[in-house]
Design a protein around this ligand. Structure first.
Ligand SMILES: O=c1ccn([C@H]2C[C@H](O)[C@@H](COP(=O)(O)OP(=O)(O)OP(=O)(O)O)O2)c(=O)[nH]1
Length: 192
């Protein structure tokens, strides 16, 4: 048999290309630590997963700011937003305190993530290399404020803050039965 005879006519299929249909923005990225480049977990995902560079244990209600080992140069006219991962939030109550954290185009420091353990009872341990947040890069319009005395009408008008109705929520000082309640006494007022 000729050595090439057992070579398939077509190459084994490579991973499917990212089926991205929208704009492509070049973002310069510098690694400050031994971390993977942020990547979409699945083609078409909005967010690029960010890992933390250090081990951290968050006591109930505790927050910590962790590094991602990455610095960016985003094109002017874009920004990146640091968002929570829903799995961490739903399973462990860990969120990004200031979500969405805003990374300005001109920022050259390390992208950092301020995590909050919203559980009132359970500490959460994260290890260096864990995916703790996701980064969404967005193009932004330039904003030109035009001051006026009266705004044009709209269907919604000034209705907001539940003007279309809200889900029935039962609250008591201790929080709804079975709920974990506010993570921190200071959050109580905000959550009611
Ligand atoms: O989750 C975040 C939020 C911000 N930043 C970085 C990038 C951003 O460009 C810079 C400043 O963030 P922001 O403007 O939100 O902070 P500030 O408290 O208003 O600080 P400053 O006075 O520096 O603008 O900090 C992060 O690394 N992670």
């Amino acid at each position: 048999m000729h050595p090439a005879d057992d070579v398939p006519a077509t190459r084994p299929s490579s991973p499917p290309a990212d089926p991205w249909d929208g704009a492509v923005v070049d973002v310069l990225v510098r690694r400050l630590a031994d971390v993977p480049l942020p990547a979409r977990a699945r083609p078409g995902d909005a967010g690029l997963d960010l890992v933390c560079t250090e081990d951290v244990e968050l006591a109930p209600g505790e927050r910590a700011t962790v590094g991602t080992g990455l610095a960016l140069a985003l094109p002017v006219g874009t920004a990146a937003f640091v968002l929570p991962r829903s799995g961490l939030a739903a399973r462990h109550g860990v969120t990004v305190l200031n979500a969405p954290g805003t990374v300005d185009a001109g920022y050259r420091g390390e992208v950092r993530v301020t995590l909050l353990n919203t559980s009132t009872t359970t500490p959460v341990r994260l290890s260096a290399g864990d995916r703790v947040a996701q980064l969404v890069v967005m193009e932004l319009p330039a904003v030109h404020l035009v001051e006026v005395d009266r705004l044009p009408g709209s269907g919604r008008g000034e209705g907001g803050f539940g003007s279309t109705g809200t889900a029935a929520v039962t609250t008591s000082p201790a929080g709804p039965a079975g709920s974990a309640g506010p993570a921190h006494p200071d959050l109580g007022g905000l959550l009611q």
